[in-house]
Ligand binder design. Structure first.
Ligand SMILES: C[S@@+](CC[C@H](N)C(=O)[O-])C[C@H]1O[C@@H](n2cnc3c(N)ncnc32)[C@H](O)[C@@H]1O
Length: 295
């Protein structure tokens, strides 16, 4: 029997990869995730013809294209998502749309800009689009733009397809979101999958990007609402502060930030303040922020 180094990740190698993942993406691999990481990436060593995880680490850090770094990211991220996830928050989002419309009308503006950060395979940004269309508040000459960003290239590819299996529709998210009425209204079917109608995909754009990078949204500003849900839960304070700074800079002064209901920014950044709004906590830009600079 031969002993193959590829079949084993040492503590030192785990430490190198864990620190790299934390530095690049903000993601913390908590507890002993050595075996989990090994199970998720061992095939990359085979594909790349590398003998050890130390070689794999050296390969990643010397790769100026960062391709393997993002391949690693796509293997370690949790992409769990579904239509109408965390319905109470979405109900609050729907109510907030009315306030946004009122404010825009006062300023004679007809643009609505929404960001879904850590959008995974797209169920969240498309859900927002359904809610916006259902509200009937932004029809005709309104320019409604929704942008989804994720660091997992495979998830972004799936999001752009707008084609979903049964798992994307869970009854606990929204009592209607798995029913035939709901599906027929917004999707066509190709057998086992549901494909979003063009009217719901036309104004939704997907970008590959790392929320820790300062340039990932450098061309986007005056955003009305940002959803960054179930992303920060895996991150440490340093990463959260970098991300908060990037979000602060692209959100309009009167904008709203939603994080997941299991997440909190309270005492983790000075850039946003919590506000109780329509039964949930949303974040607004702090009126007295410390100095901010992207990333
Ligand atoms: C659990 S999913 C959440 C999806 C959706 N927001 C929801 O709540 O249903 C988390 C997503 O965040 C993405 N993510 C994690 N760290 C990221 C980072 N640094 N930059 C961009 N996306 C990130 C992951 O790739 C994953 O698709």
């Amino acid at each position: 029997m031969t002993y193959d180094r590829k079949d084993f990740m040492t503590e030192d190698e785990f430490g190198l990869l864990k620190n790299l993942i934390n530095k690049e993406f903000g993601i913390l691999l908590k507890g002993d995730k050595r075996l989990t990481l090994h199970a998720k990436v061992s095939h990359r060593l085979k594909i790349l013809g590398l003998k050890s995880y130390r070689d794999y680490y050296d390969f990643i850090v010397s790769d100026t294209t960062k391709d393997e770094l993002f391949t690693l990211a796509s293997h370690i991220t949790n992409n769990e998502t579904y239509f109408f996830r965390e319905k109470t928050q979405l109900d609050a989002f729907s109510e907030i749309l009315k306030d946004i419309k009122r404010e825009k009308q006062k300023k004679n503006l007809k643009e609505l800009k929404i960001l879904s950060l850590g959008c995974s395979s797209g169920e969240e940004p498309y859900t927002l689009n359904i809610i916006i269309q259902e509200s009937g508040l932004f029809l005709w000459d309104w320019d409604v733009r929704i942008i989804g960003v994720d660091l997992d290239k495979n998830a972004i590819k799936r999001a752009r397809l707008g084609r979903y299996g049964k798992n994307s529709f869970r009854l606990n998210g929204n009592a209607d979101s798995g029913t035939n009425n709901f599906l027929n209204k917004y999707f066509t079917s190709d057998g086992n999958h549901y494909i979003l109608r063009k009217s719901l995909t036309n104004n939704v754009e997907f970008r590959f990007g790392n929320l820790l990078d300062n340039g990932f949204l450098s061309d986007i500003n005056e955003v009305d609402v940002i959803l960054c849900r179930n992303v920060l839960i895996y991150m440490d304070d340093t990463a959260i502060n970098k991300i908060a700074c990037n979000l602060y800079n692209c959100l309009t002064d009167s904008g709203y930030l939603f994080v997941g209901s299991a997440e909190s920014l309270i005492q983790r950044t000075d850039l946003f303040v919590a506000e109780y709004n329509n039964g949930i906590i949303v974040y607004r830009k702090s009126p007295h922020p410390p100095f901010t600079k992207r990333g």
